[in-house]
Design a protein around this ligand. Structure first.
Ligand code: NAD
Length: 517
């Protein structure tokens, strides 16, 4: 099997990233606190054991928190542009390790090597963004109603930010959070997905190297490992003012309740059920590329993956034929082989959910037009490779309303004008990414208007999948309402303080209140 550019094997990849093959604890000082049960990481690519990681016990966790809270006291005093310089160095380290980290992402998570590299590129991009931001963490000034007074707002760091991440973006989501949190003066404690713990260790090693070189405490970036129980150490901990959690809506509801119960803040990035509306004025060639990449890229395991095509009845058959023809050309196999378009699902539980969705859609009256199925035999030993499937369905089917994290695409028909399509698109519980394919300006503007798409992301003539780091990223409704990455998303990592300074010898009260003594 031919593999692309990173012409080194997985052993060398792990070495380059300082990840020990059998990893009891990890190579950095902080993570040697990990002494709990051993977590095994198997690759969905070939089913092989890649490494073992010790999970974090409650006692270990307390030590990590101790290191993080101490580090915060140093880090918050460093001027923000100097913190930006550290993030710049971190971005440079990522450039050096891009191939190795991209390869580990691909092998541990199962996405293509190109997508693995793309994920590391997102980390680099957010570092660049954060470096500039470190000189722009500005507040406002406003006029005081009292003479001789000055009033303004400033932003201070929050403290320890807890990050809980999903398996499907095992490194980028952490960087989206940390790069901003660090320039804002926060320190971070990260619990990566228990399905991709080695990616977490690799990232922690890179960060630790940068902090060590600069004589800064390693506690600025902390790592804890384990499943939801370890995540709960953080969600219940009053020492953590902000929890940024990425994952399923089910997880988000639990995290939101635990954090709100102690009046902490949460930033939630949860499931999507993303649709492309295809109107009679759509460019069909562009539509097919956007729809197929959106549905099968990362084997349908992106939060922004395309799950529904809402197609006008006048072009329904044409689009259906074009998309099903494109599916015939898909090659499924080892994601490290650049010839393949579709890699594996993360594990056999995900395969079961995929199979279940195909059963459910038929039970509800749907019609499968591109058959699914699990691939077996040489090259598919992990049992995680499935065929991307397409079903004709109705918008109200329960399974269509649900996010199945797999390559299952539903074709839905609409008639009349674009309002009807928008209503179908909005009529789901999730609100992450949405798109319209049209060359009709009126339809495009309707889709983007106040009564148009209700999602956090609304695109015209682009698919639903993927996003640039420059914009605020996130979704509405059951997607959780959080925004991270670009634009002014940094504000969530800081606390706002309003300051009023009196430079007179009088003490006038606000609202003209008199209090004479
Ligand atoms: P998951 O919900 O199973 O797990 C995500 C993380 O949450 C893991 O680290 C897990 O250990 C932790 N966790 C689970 N329950 C917890 C609890 N009660 N307390 C604390 N931590 C807990 O999700 P997954 O299968 O890893 O990822 C897939 C899901 O993530 C999909 O729904 C996808 O749409 C979503 N996702 C959303 C975005 C986004 O930006 N909106 C990005 C990536 C993934």
């Amino acid at each position: 099997m031919s593999t692309i550019s990173a012409n080194f094997g997985i052993e060398k990849t792990l070495n380059l990233l300082g990840v020990k093959h059998i990893n009891e604890g990890t190579s950095t000082g902080l993570n040697n606190f990990s002494s709990g049960d051993v977590l095994e990481s198997y690759s969905p690519v070939d089913g092989k054991l890649i490494g073992k990681v010790a999970t974090t016990t409650k006692e270990d966790y307390e030590k990590v928190m101790d290191a993080a809270t101490k580090a915060f006291k140093t880090w918050r005093l460093m001027p923000a542009p100097q913190r930006g310089e550290i993030v710049r160095q971190f971005g440079d380290k990522l450039r050096e390790k891009k191939e190795a980290l991209g390869k580990l992402v691909s092998y541990e998570m199962g996405k293509s090597y190109q997508e693995g590299l793309g994920e590391v590129q997102e980390m680099i991009d957010i570092c660049d963004f954060a470096v500039g931001l470190s000189r722009q963490l500005h507040g406002l000034t406003m006029h005081s109603e009292r003479p001789g007074h000055r009033m303004y707002e400033q932003y201070h760091p929050l403290g320890v930010v807890g990050i809980i991440s999903a398996f499907n973006f095992p490194v980028a989501v952490w960087a989206w959070n940390t790069a901003l949190a660090w320039v804002c003066g926060d320190v971070t404690v990260w619990k990566p997905s228990e399905k991709a713990p080695l990616c977490g260790i690799a990232c922690q090693n890179i960060a630790a190297e940068v902090f060590k070189t600069n004589n800064l405490p390693e506690g600025i970036s902390c790592l804890i490992n384990g499943d939801s129980k370890v995540g709960e150490f953080m969600t219940k901990d009053t020492q953590i003012p902000l929890i940024s959690a990425t994952g399923s809506t089910r997880m988000g509801k639990m995290v939101a309740q635990a954090v709100a119960g102690r009046l902490g803040k949460s930033l939630l990035e949860l499931g999507g059920n993303n649709a492309i509306i295809i109107t009679p004025d759509a460019d069909i060639k562009m539509t097919v590329i956007g729809a197929v990449f959106g549905a099968v890229g990362t084997c349908g395991q992106r939060c922004t993956s395309t799950r529904r095509l809402i197609i006008h009845e006048s072009i329904y058959d044409k689009v259906k034929t074009a998309v099903t023809d494109a599916y015939k050309q898909l090659r499924i196999g080892n994601p490290l082989d650049e010839k393949n378009h579709v890699g594996p699902l993360i594990d056999t539980d995900a395969v079961k959910m995929y199979e279940n969705a195909l059963i459910k859609v038929v039970e509800e009256g749907g019609n499968i037009i591109v058959e699914g199925g699990v691939l077996r035999g040489a090259g598919y030993e992990s049992g995680c490779y499935v065929k991307p499937a397409i079903a004709e369905a109705k918008p109200e089917f329960k399974i269509v309303q649900h996010e199945t994290f797999a390559p299952v695409l539903y074709l839905l028909k609409y008639s009349g004008d674009v309002e009807n399509a928008i209503e179908i698109q909005n009529n789901v519980a999730q609100g992450l990414s949405s798109a319209i394919m049209t060359n009709n300006l009126r339809e495009a503007e309707r889709f983007l208007s106040v009564s148009g798409s209700d999602c956090g992301i609304a695109n015209v003539n682009i698919g639903t999948s993927g996003a640039e780091i420059g914009g605020a990223f996130g979704g509405e409704k059951e997607t959780g309402g959080g925004r991270e990455s670009g634009s002014d998303a940094w504000k969530v990592y800081m606390r706002r303080q309003t300051n009023t300074i009196n430079y007179t010898t009088e003490l006038p009260l606000a609202q003209g209140i008199k209090f004479d003594l």
